[in-house]
Write a protein of this length. Structure first.
Length: 191
């Protein structure tokens, strides 16, 4: 069975970013995929201190919620990273996650290599493209495969539930969901 992990990098529970990721996962579940949504809002992910001890030990010394999320990322076939735009970029929560997960992945032999990944970004007005690039660069750096959609996986909204009014954004992430599942099935298909 295909497993997809959707990580919501918003500090706000039940916000627009979470709604968009939930809609994406719901579309995937209709296709028989096992999904899980993880909110960073109720987790503690401290920033990387660049000690590089993970390269020696294979583990991060910082005690917080990273290990449980990292294990879910490692066990997933596909990973969705999402963030609202905060002052023109990704939230500190999602940035801390990708910094530490990236170092740890390298220390463990590039465990995300050849997995499928995609990003979803929500903003009030602007900053989508830069934030989308921040998240996509993680996937590319880790040797992951990124599927497309019918547009960039972005939507507009500020107050809770405003993203519901962005029909194109909602359709784009549903198209992305289909493409991500299609790609994972192609990769996993026995030869």
């Amino acid at each position: 069975m295909i497993k997809i992990l959707g990580i919501v990098g918003s500090p706000r529970i039940g916000g627009n970013t979470e709604y968009l990721v939930a809609e994406t996962l719901k579309a995937m579940e209709k296709d028989g995929v096992q999904t899980e949504l993880v909110r960073l809002s109720d987790k503690e992910i401290k920033p990387c201190d660049a000690c590089l001890s993970c390269r020696k030990t294979g583990d991060c010394w910082i005690e917080d919620d990273l290990k449980s999320i990292f294990d879910k990322m490692t066990n997933a076939d596909g990973i969705i990273l999402s963030s609202p735009v905060y002052f023109g970029s990704a939230t500190p929560q999602i940035k801390a996650l990708i910094d530490r997960a990236g170092y740890l992945s390298i220390a463990k032999g590039r465990v995300f290599e050849d997995k499928v990944g995609g990003a979803i970004v929500v903003a009030r007005r602007a900053g989508h493209n830069f934030t989308l690039a921040q998240l996509l660069f993680f996937f590319l750096h880790q040797g992951m495969i990124v599927p497309g959609s019918t547009y960039w996986n972005i939507a507009f909204g500020r107050e809770k539930n405003e993203v519901i009014n962005d029909d194109e954004g909602l359709q784009t992430v549903k198209n992305f969901a289909e493409k991500m599942i299609w790609l994972i099935r192609k990769i996993k298909r026995p030869e």
